[in-house]
Write a protein that binds this ligand. Structure first.
Ligand code: G3I
Length: 302
């Protein structure tokens, strides 16, 4: 196959990208995005600050722009993200305790109702664990509402849209030896044992010199899958875009039957949140990079 999406589809997987609504009038951008990818994640437009800018007043204008572009072009959509310490609107940053807990529940219900039945995977909770060697939860206003906030978010989400796969999504959980990876693994194992509804784990996979790719990523994906959840690579970018590393990541997903697919976090290097690291598959002019060819070859079986 000659595109990433079609090549991934040969094994029942998808190959996706983050889409920014502000770039949808750039025809170089939309031409590449439409040709190569068959899954879309809104880069910012379905986050809390975008969808509930004032408490109880939902706004889906930008989210729908991304959603409609995706669906009109035959792509599936990953939802990102419902409960997160970052990109909270000011009203939410000012809440705590029971009021914040209820606001989180209302937010999940409001957004999931709007997109009910339309989103294949939702990142229900994003980045809830601390970096470093403690394996602790990240301190945040949500965490301070009580340690059960994550399972409450997942139980709320299951009821709000029973058709969506419910994911926990994080970064720096790709390396099997890292404490953060083990902490998330232990949470997922506990959720599965206690019947908390969780279907998938998203590995953001923002690889750089501080958090480099390690070949034990495949062990991580296999270990989580063995708990009975699907896994997905959700925000892939690699500092310098080594063709070898891109192929290794692709092959790691292909090696794990429960790996649903790969999403890169942007189209061209110039679209990236880390543009200076030139971490993506297309250069600023929209030309395919060596990493593109290595990913396509891997998806095509060698
Ligand atoms: O839209 C406003 C614009 O009106 C304003 O003039 C401008 C001035 O700063 O800001 C614009 O908003 C920015 C937004 O991106 C859209 O470009 C925000 O400041 C900026 O903070 C925001 O950054 C996003 C970041 O999440 C925020 O947390 C990045 O685009 C987005 O790629 C990044 O994505 C995250 C994932 O959601 C979670 N995992 C990590 C990943 C990378 O940080």
């Amino acid at each position: 196959e000659s595109t990433l999406g079609a090549a991934a589809a040969q094994s029942g997987r998808y190959f996706g990208t983050a889409i920014a609504s502000g770039r949808l009038n750039d025809s170089v951008y939309t031409t590449i995005a439409n040709r190569e990818f068959n899954s879309v994640t809104a880069e910012n437009e379905m986050k809390i600050d975008a969808t509930e800018p004032q408490q109880g007043q939902f706004n889906f204008t930008a989210g729908d722009r991304v959603y409609n572009w995706a669906v009109q072009n035959g792509k599936q959509v990953r939802g990102h993200t419902l409960a997160w310490h970052a990109q909270q609107p000011e009203w939410m940053r000012n809440l705590s305790g029971g009021a914040l807990r209820q606001a989180m529940i209302n937010h999940i219900n409001g957004v999931m109702a709007h997109y009910r039945g339309k989103i294949v995977q939702w990142d229900v909770v994003n980045e809830a664990f601390d970096d470093g060697s403690s394996g602790a939860r990240r301190d945040s206003n949500l965490q301070r509402t009580g340690n059960d906030w994550i399972e409450v978010a997942f139980r709320t989400a299951r009821t709000a849209d029973p058709a969506a796969k419910l994911c926990y999504n994080d970064y720096n959980i790709e390396n099997w030896t890292w404490a953060k990876t083990q902490a998330v693994y232990n949470m997922v194992r506990d959720f599965k044992q206690r019947g908390v509804p969780i279907d998938c784990v998203g590995f953001q996979s923002h690889f750089n010199s501080g958090s480099p790719y390690n070949s034990n990523f495949r062990t991580t994906l296999q270990s989580f899958a063995a708990l009975g959840v699907d896994v997905a690579i959700t925000e892939l970018d690699i500092q310098g875009a080594s063709a070898t590393t891109y192929a290794n990541v692709t092959n790691d997903c292909l090696a794990v039957s429960r790996c649903l697919g790969i999403t890169v976090w942007g189209v061209r290097d110039t679209d990236s949140w880390r543009a200076e690291q030139t971490p993506l598959l297309f250069d600023g002019n929209g030309n395919k990079k060596a990493a593109y060819t290595s990913v396509l070859n891997a998806l095509n079986g060698g």
